[in-house]
Design a protein around this ligand. Structure first.
Ligand SMILES: [Zn+2]
Length: 297
């Protein structure tokens, strides 16, 4: 009886892996995820989801499109870029993700140029990505906006062999997703997918805590709340946790109900929603469940 059960199980897994090939680059079914941010601390807004993927053994990479060399009130240039690079590597370690690349483009000066588009195409192809996550191109910060545009411009092109022919094109256009944001124009963010990150919220806070130059120095300075930052290490982490403890919006709760069911959704304390970009592969609900195996669990 046990043997039959095992055979049925392996046959089922085999069929699933064949089906998975239908919309992923990987024949093994082990997904590869790449997330883009403008600065070394931007991808972290999906840190809870990144940590969940990493816990499942999936390959997750963060890419900062600029080196962050303008984000401080005292430091600047190369010493700042170096400090932020080290912070990014520590954040990656705390999340358990495989890699954190920081591209050497200046902070605050990013343009949606062909040169940077090629850098993005290279990153997505070399990672052999199934899922690509980036900001929407509507945002207060020009680097964030252009990172959104640059990743949109790389969608589809990553599968065109004659573009950047020395790096093998992807077999399929990946699924492109947007991080959440608060911007309403020209259209508000739409949570197509919502991931329960209650179990990895502490890792997310710990990864932001690694970005000392940002969360305890620069952002409080530019935001005029430097006087609120605690000095004690443990107090700082507690304070940081309250800053990232945002109430779940009704539309995100509705998405959680869709993917996890009403009972489970009601118990979710922290969530990360994503919107599907129209320029990548368009997964149906079954494919989304395959791409996000943590949904419903
Ligand atoms: Zn940023």
């Amino acid at each position: 009886m046990k043997k039959i059960y095992k055979k049925v199980l392996s046959l089922t897994l085999f069929i699933f892996s064949i089906m998975a090939v239908g919309y992923t680059q990987q024949e093994s079914g082990k997904l590869r995820i790449i997330m883009f941010g403008a600065h070394p601390d931007d991808c972290e807004k999906a840190g809870g989801t990144a940590a969940l993927f990493a816990e499942m053994g999936y390959a997750v990479k963060f890419v900062s499109v600029t080196n962050g060399d303008a984000g401080h009130q005292v430091m600047k240039g190369e010493p700042l870029a170096k400090r932020r690079y080290a912070e990014a590597q520590e954040a990656a370690r705390r999340l358990g993700i495989a890699a954190y690349d920081v591209l050497d483009n200046h902070d605050g000066m990013l343009m949606p140029s062909l040169e940077v588009r090629m850098q993005i195409i290279k990153e997505i192809r070399e990672w052999n990505a199934d899922i690509v996550i980036a900001p929407r191109p509507n945002d207060y910060h020009p680097d964030h906006r252009y990172t959104g545009v640059l990743v949109q411009d790389a969608a589809y092109m990553v599968a065109v062999p004659n573009v950047e022919p020395e790096i093998a094109a992807l077999k399929k256009n990946p699924v492109f997703l947007y991080y959440t944001d608060r911007f309403q124009r020209p259209n508000p963010f739409r949570p197509d997918i919502a991931v329960d990150i209650t179990s990895t919220f502490d890792k997310k806070v710990a990864c932001f805590d690694a970005h000392v130059s940002q969360v305890y120095e620069w952002l409080p300075w530019i935001g005029h709340y430097l006087d609120q930052v605690p000095q004690d290490k443990n107090e700082r982490i507690k304070w940081l946790a309250t800053r990232y403890d945002e109430p779940i919006k009704p539309e995100t709760r509705a998405a959680l109900e869709k993917w996890y069911g009403k009972d489970r959704a009601a118990r979710v304390l922290h969530a990360e929603p994503f919107e599907i970009c129209e320029y990548g592969a368009q997964p149906n609900d079954d494919e989304i469940k395959r791409l996000f195996p943590m949904l419903g669990k």
